[in-house]
Design a binder for this molecule. Structure first.
Ligand code: URP
Ligand code: ZN
Ligand code: ZN
Ligand code: ZN
Length: 473
């Protein structure tokens, strides 16, 4: 077992920041020491196998990205990052745990699909990973299987109110799955958009000749997100299931969630950096076919309607529980370009697993959120939400040594030729400049990013068997 001693830095948690030295032994954090107060500290700086001087920098728990889709089969193609390339890119960006989605299509056994995803990930990941289970076919057998998955550490299930004919669940199926989730104490995750009505709007847009990527956004109107979010909240209320609404982009949907939370319901919102920084007008409305780069669902919203500012506000109020990426990358060439002349054929998804910690730190620098809230929404609360705390999400004795040394005076230029390690032929954030820098990333005691050098290996990352949510009211 080797020891690492990180000294001189400021340890940031969701509740405060303190100058502390951190001692790692093997895969775990074993001690936090007041700097300079003991002879032990000086001794450790000299005797640890690795000593890192973190003076002037933040020492934070590794990022937990609770929503990724590595090599996801979707839209007639497959997400372009494998577990190997995607988790390596995540590590570059300071994320040390991802929760990806195993996918069940109708007629498949839930356990078999989970086994398939275990095979895809095992031996390939640079950082730790867990799974949520997508239920594409809610029936008596899959409902029974939910309990088995919970006992295997897959304690959250995603349903879709969108994508009829693909992953779509009827209200009756949602009700039944929520009843099972409530009984098990599992979290129900929801893609909340009224897919039946959206498909009509899509058909009408295409018939009018509105075929460019911009109309992907207008046909997935905010009313469709608000309505579905409200319906999901009511079904969850009736059944008692904890509800986590993924990738919320409409301020009206968030208002529904905030109201339910105010009423004491276990409802949680996730948003993503794309909904905080990007917009319908600027990105989806880019000239020609360029907007395809930002086709994802829920869609980017109009800046003129103020969604982005409201989402930041709801992060401050605490009604947004987690910021995840919904990392689902597709290249422009041979993937996104399948939708030239028909936006409905553009594979849905944006890749940004590498940039979440930086993009959210820019929110600190811009005065939108506190340092503590940054750590909270990027690491601590996602870990608690999905049953991994205090192994993940905190710098504390006994926790896994998943640690990021972050330089608030550093600089990161995002772009394909610059900081990009994802397997995508473009960057959704090309030209973004971040006032901060991920310097060192440690995953279970092992340095994987070392001041601009990758020192990780595929296969170091291990499956995290999750418990039940620790974030329920
Ligand atoms: O556009 C998106 N969000 N693609 C990934 C699949 C999903 O719905 O999360
Ligand atoms: Zn979704
Ligand atoms: Zn997703
Ligand atoms: Zn630096």
């Amino acid at each position: 077992m080797s020891t690492t001693f990180i000294h001189g830095g400021t340890v940031v948690s969701s509740t405060g920041a303190q100058d502390l030295d951190v001692l790692v032994d093997g895969e775990a954090i074993v001690a936090l020491l007041a700097p300079g107060s003991t002879a032990l500290g000086a001794d450790l700086a000299a005797t640890a196998d690795t000593a890192i001087d973190a003076t002037g920098r933040y020492v934070i728990p590794g990022g937990v990205d609770a929503h990724t889709h590595m090599e996801m089969p979707f839209g007639g193609t497959q997400a372009s990052d494998t577990f190997e390339t995607g988790t390596r890119a995540a590590a570059w960006g300071g994320t040390t745990t991802v929760i990806d989605f195993a996918i069940q299509n109708p007629g498949m056994r839930l356990q078999d699909t989970l086994a398939t995803w275990h095979e895809k990930a095992a031996g390939n990941c640079a950082i730790d990973y867990g799974f949520h289970q997508i239920m594409g076919g809610v029936d008596a057998e899959s409902l029974r299987a939910m309990g088995e998955l919970v006992s295997e550490g897959v304690t959250s299930f995603k349903l879709f109110m969108a994508y009829p004919g693909v992953f779509y669940s009827t209200d009756g199926q949602i009700l039944r799955a929520m009843q099972s989730a409530a009984e098990l104490g599992a979290v129900m995750m929801m893609h909340a958009e009224n897919g039946i009505a959206i498909d009509v709007l899509v058909e009408q847009a295409l018939a009018r000749g509105d075929t460019s990527p911009y109309f992907h956004g207008t046909s997935r109107a905010w009313q469709m997100e608000e309505e579905a979010t409200h319906r999901a909240i009511m079904l969850a209320h009736l059944t008692g299931a904890p509800l986590y609404v993924v990738h919320v982009s409409a301020k009206q949907a968030l208002e529904q969630i905030a109201t339910a939370r105010g009423n004491g319901q276990n409802v949680f919102a996730e948003t993503c950096p794309q909904y905080l920084y990007l917009s319908l007008e600027e990105q989806l409305g880019a000239p020609g076919f360029d907007g395809a780069k930002w086709v994802c669902s829920t869609p980017l919203r109009p800046r003129a309607e103020g969604h982005q500012d409201e989402l930041w506000r709801y992060i401050r109020t605490g009604d947004v529980t987690a910021v995840a990426t919904d990392h689902c990358p597709f290249c422009m060439k041979d993937q996104k370009d399948m939708g030239v002349g028909d936006f409905s054929k553009i594979p849905n998804g944006i890749g940004s697993v590498e940039h979440r910690i930086d993009l959210m730190f820019q929110g600190v620098q811009d005065g939108r959120i506190s340092l503590e809230r940054w750590v909270d929404i990027c690491s601590t609360t996602p870990a608690r939400m999905f049953g991994m705390y205090p192994r993940k999400g905190i710098i504390s004795p006994g926790a896994d040594a998943d640690i990021v040394i972050y330089d608030p005076n550093g600089h990161t230029s995002i772009g394909v030729q610059k900081t990009h390690h994802m397997n995508m032929d473009y960057s959704a954030y090309e030209g973004f400049e971040i006032d901060g820098h991920v310097d060192t990333v440690i995953s279970r005691g092992r340095i994987v990013i070392d001041d601009g050098a990758y020192r990780g290996t595929a296969g170091h990352g291990a499956f995290v068997r999750r418990g039940l949510s620790q974030n329920l009211m």
